[in-house]
Design a protein around this ligand. Sequence first.
Ligand SMILES: NC(=O)c1ccc[n+]([C@@H]2O[C@H](COP(=O)([O-])OP(=O)(O)OC[C@H]3O[C@@H](n4cnc5c(N)ncnc54)[C@H](OP(=O)(O)O)[C@@H]3O)[C@@H](O)[C@H]2O)c1
Length: 162
Amino acid sequence: MDAIVAVYDDWGIGADGTQQIALSVDRKFFREMTRGAMVIVGRRTIDDFPGKKPLPGRVNVALTRSSVQIPGFTVCDSPEAAVELAKTVDRAFVIGGGSIYNQMLPACDRAYITKVHVMPESDTFFPNLDEDPQWELEQILQSGEENGIAYEMCLYKRKGTA
Ligand SMILES: NC(=O)c1ccc[n+]([C@@H]2O[C@H](COP(=O)([O-])OP(=O)(O)OC[C@H]3O[C@@H](n4cnc5c(N)ncnc54)[C@H](OP(=O)(O)O)[C@@H]3O)[C@@H](O)[C@H]2O)c1
């Protein structure tokens, strides 16, 4: 299982339930990476999806502690249940938000991190993998600038994994 996220320079990922700055090049990268895969997402992040609808062309798994049905999503009531579901498919991505990344990163071996080189004020953060001895930068997959904002798509791997 992999994580995919866009982080600002302080590893902030959002504020007030949304992403303050989102690059279209990163949205495209996200779409290409996750197409056809399972995506695992927290209920608060779903609230920020257009129309609160599932992402098309993906198997959408929602994490919530409430017992509601969410149309278009398979609902899980724990990260452990989501990990079990992820074992039933070839490719699964943890796509946020902050609480879900924090709880599910230990079950991930790879993390696709888009570094967006700005620093708006965030209230939600991704763990800083540059300071985590269990993780290493494997490769910079893509880099450039959009509207004057530099970015890099980085692949991090958990040390000791293939
Ligand atoms: N930069 C990026 O790439 C990126 C990606 C995704 C999200 N984000 C940002 O992240 C922020 C949202 O993150 P967040 O931490 O506030 O919310 P979140 O992780 O998206 O969702 C939290 C919700 O998930 C459910 N949940 C959490 N732990 C659970 C558990 N152990 N078992 C079952 N359900 C559980 C709960 O839903 P219930 O309350 O329904 O029980 C909880 O309220 C937003 O600002 C968003 O824009 C950024």
